[in-house]
Design a binder for this molecule. Structure first.
Ligand code: SF4
Ligand code: SF4
Length: 58
């Protein structure tokens, strides 16, 4: 599984970029993007820390 960002919910706080220990997210053109989904170990840290509930594992 890998994280997915619901763009309709995301407020682009970039917390996920900072918090993922495996650098799955990256700021691209100022926006948080899922950049290295293959690195995800499904720890759910990003989901727990996204205050907009914009991240799910799919
Ligand atoms: S933590 Fe959530 S709201 Fe913030 S940039 Fe990531 S997906 Fe968007
Ligand atoms: S579940 Fe863990 S490893 Fe996967 S993207 Fe979120 S913080 Fe990173």
């Amino acid at each position: 599984m890998a994280p997915d960002i619901d763009r309709s919910r995301c407020i682009n706080c970039l917390v996920c970029v900072d918090i993922c220990p495996y650098d799955v997210f990256k700021k691209v053109d100022g926006i948080a993007k899922v950049f290295s989904p293959q690195n995800c170990i499904e720890c759910s840290e990003c989901i727990r820390n996204c205050t907009s509930n914009a991240i799910s594992l799919i």
